[in-house]
Design a protein around this ligand. Structure first.
Ligand SMILES: Nc1ncnc2c1ncn2[C@@H]1O[C@H](COP(=O)(O)OP(=O)(O)OP(=O)(O)O)[C@@H](O)[C@H]1O
Length: 633
């Protein structure tokens, strides 16, 4: 730990402030643990000694470009430094070899132009101002020089700028490894061009971000032996399926729904679409338009982007029919049937939407109705048909909509990957992981649980990697490092992956039977477990599967290939959670676990070189704070 600093009368310090987070001032009295401070906004505050931090009065007013240069690495010091730089439009700052980006919320084209790329090309790390290009440059050089694959992790909370940062990383890698004078579209162009398509179907407006990615993404750029890009692949994780059926004001559903409602009249007529306010899946929120975005224009732009990534006219037709069908099915309502626990289509309006759904999905309307309100059970003796009550029928309707949408999204990702093309002989690769940061809302459910679990895993990897490396360096330099201690989050992982009994990170709130709290590395989060089991189920209702497999449209039927008998039985037992975990293990993101391998058998390593002049515990603390605080929009 950094040597403790004595706080005495006359010390310049930081104290907590409800409005500004931290405010500086001067100590004028100390009574035991009570510190009395005159703050620079003219107030007097009394704070506990444990919450008073020394201020470096000699720190440069414009901040330092690497936080390891700060005399005091504590939360107010870090935040003050970032704020001072931000004032000067310096959005990037290093902490050792980690880059911290603060969202500028304005276009800064001069930061990313060709001239900038030329500057960073081959420059030693730290020689120029902190920049996202410098990180990509180090990853690329290390790959070329050591022949090793690398990965760059982009983390932060929603709206922090992860996706924008990922795009900049990709642009720079394309600049370094791209081919000039090649005929047709290059791999790197195709990767960049696939972004608008993925965003139309996987992004939505949230309270935090008008264009929030509702899925995690790992982009893998493959290189040949000359360091030229030879292929690429996009892997996606855990699309937020619940958004298809459920949104709250002032958020929106996925962009594609609004785009289609704003399509040219002949398309809207074809899909019987009009005002988005008429559709239940959209009108649960009062937000239909986005500032500065013209959905009609975006629809045409998406069509063009689809052309570019190789999605045929016929496939596009199928895609938008599926999107329209989802809107129509959301308007199908149910009333109680004559028999107990049964339901019927509520009225003529619902019947119209049911028929439209069937027409768009090219399936039989009666079969669709049955798939929504009945379940068939096959026993060795007989076939039993069970009816669903209106509540269960609504759940069945929403399940169908969510399944169809997530299959559509997966289809798009596959299509993009096929069209870009992978290089099975690539020598090495650079992966960029654009993944949701730690989440803590008023209401946290299964999605937050998976996301926070991922972040615990990444934090664990970071701990192991950095601490191990640091300790090796200290040993090499014969520094006595016995004082090194850090907050290990292995117990949180044990809690989630093994058992919760007696784990001190598990807290059971007294007043609720269905919630539980986990003390994560980044803070406590209380989860509502009510829908966990349902949300974790990862099988398609057999009736829905049969209905769509039988679609007369090859595109729709292709989203639901028939399952072999055995698989269909065993798939009932698979879960979203286990698939999510498997996805990470297979893509090699969870390194540190025995046997984790990169796609093509290459070991993955995160980019950190261990250049650090600060002590481990402070470093760790800073990282945790920075991830939590500095990425805030
Ligand atoms: N470097 C940047 N330059 C200019 N604008 C930026 C930059 N980074 C972020 N922004 C702005 O902030 C918005 C949100 O950024 P972005 O979508 O990348 O966040 P995110 O961290 O990926 O969020 P989410 O997790 O919700 O997807 C962008 O739409 C853009 O307007």
């Amino acid at each position: 730990m950094a040597a403790p600093v004595n706080i005495i009368v006359g010390s310049h310090v930081w104290v907590e402030d409800p409005a500004a987070a931290w405010i500086d001032g001067e100590v004028f009295r100390i009574n035991g643990q009570e510190v009395h401070v005159h703050t620079t906004n003219g107030e007097t505050v009394v704070a506990n000694m444990a919450k008073v931090f020394p201020k470096d009065t000699e720190a440069p007013p414009g901040g330092v470009d690497d936080m390891t240069k700060l005399s005091y690495l504590h939360e107010p010091g870090v935040l003050h430094n970032l704020a001072a730089r931000y004032e000067l439009n310096e959005i990037y700052t290093y902490t050792g070899n980690i880059l911290i980006a603060v969202n500028p919320f304005q276009r800064l084209p001069h930061l990313y132009d060709t001239h900038m790329m030329e500057q960073y090309n081959g420059a030693a790390f730290g020689e120029l101002s902190p920049h996202v290009f410098a990180v990509a440059d180090v990853a690329y050089r290390a790959m070329i020089n050591e022949g090793k694959s690398n990965s760059i992790l982009v983390s932060g909370e929603s709206g922090a700028g992860k996706t924008e940062t990922t795009k900049m990383l990709m642009r720079y890698l394309a600049y370094l490894g791209g081919r000039s004078g090649v005929e047709g579209r290059t791999v790197e162009q195709q990767v960049l061009e696939s972004n608008p398509v993925l965003e139309t179907f996987g992004n939505a407006k949230t309270v935090r971000n008008n264009n929030s990615s509702r899925f995690g993404k790992f982009v893998e750029i493959q290189f040949d032996k000359n360091g030229r890009i030879s292929g690429a692949a996009v892997r996606t994780y855990l699309l937020e399926r619940s958004r298809v059926c459920q949104i709250s004001d002032p958020e929106r559903n996925y962009h594609c729904f609004y785009l289609l409602c704003a399509a040219p009249p002949e398309d809207r007529e074809k899909y019987k679409l009009g005002n988005p306010r008429e559709f239940h899946y959209l009108n649960q929120s009062n937000c239909y338009e986005l500032d500065g975005v013209n959905d009609a224009h975006e629809y045409l732009a998406t069509r063009r982007a689809m052309d570019i990534v190789g999605i045929s006219e016929e496939e596009q037709e199928g895609i938008f029919r599926v999107v329209a069908a989802i809107l129509h099915i959301g308007n199908v309502e149910f009333a109680k049937g004559e028999e107990i626990d049964s339901s019927v289509i509520k009225d003529e309006k619902s019947r119209f939407h049911l028929n439209m759904t069937a027409e768009l999905l090219r399936c039989d309307a009666k079969s669709l109705e049955d798939a929504l309100i009945k379940r068939v059970m096959v026993t060795p003796e007989e076939v039993i048909t069970r009816t669903l009550d209106p509540v269960a029928a609504l759940a069945s309707r929403d399940a169908l909509a969510k399944t169809v949408y997530s299959r559509l999204f997966d289809w798009l990702v596959d299509k993009i990957n096929n069209s870009i093309g992978q290089d099975p002989n690539s020598k090495s690769l650079i992966g960029v992981l654009d993944i949701y940061g730690f989440e803590s809302f008023k209401f946290n459910s299964f999605e937050q649980f998976c996301i926070n679990f991922t972040n615990e895993k990444l934090q664990q990897h970071f701990n192991q990697h950095v601490f191990k490396m640091e300790q090796e360096e200290y040993t090499k330099e014969e520094i006595n490092w016995s004082y090194i201690e850090f907050v290990d989050n292995q117990d949180v992982l044990d809690l989630i992956e093994k058992t919760f009994k007696n784990n001190k990170r598990f807290i059971k709130p007294k007043l609720s039977r269905t919630s539980f709290t986990i003390s994560h590395y980044a803070g406590e989060v209380t989860y509502q477990a009510d829908q966990f089991l349902d949300k974790n189920k990862d099988y398609v209702v057999a009736e829905h599967q049969d209905l769509l497999t039988a679609s007369k449209c090859s595109f729709v039927a292709g989203l639901f290939p028939p399952l072999p008998e055995e698989t269909s039985k065993s798939s009932k037992f698979s879960s979203i959670g286990s698939r999510f975990k498997q996805q990470f293990i297979h893509s090699g993101i969870w390194i540190g676990e025995k046997g984790d391998r990169f796609g093509q058998g290459k070991q993955l390593e995160l980019k950190e070189n261990g250049k650090s002049g600060i002590r481990i515990k402070d470093f760790y603390k800073t990282l945790a704070d920075v991830r939590e605080i500095c990425h805030s929009p």
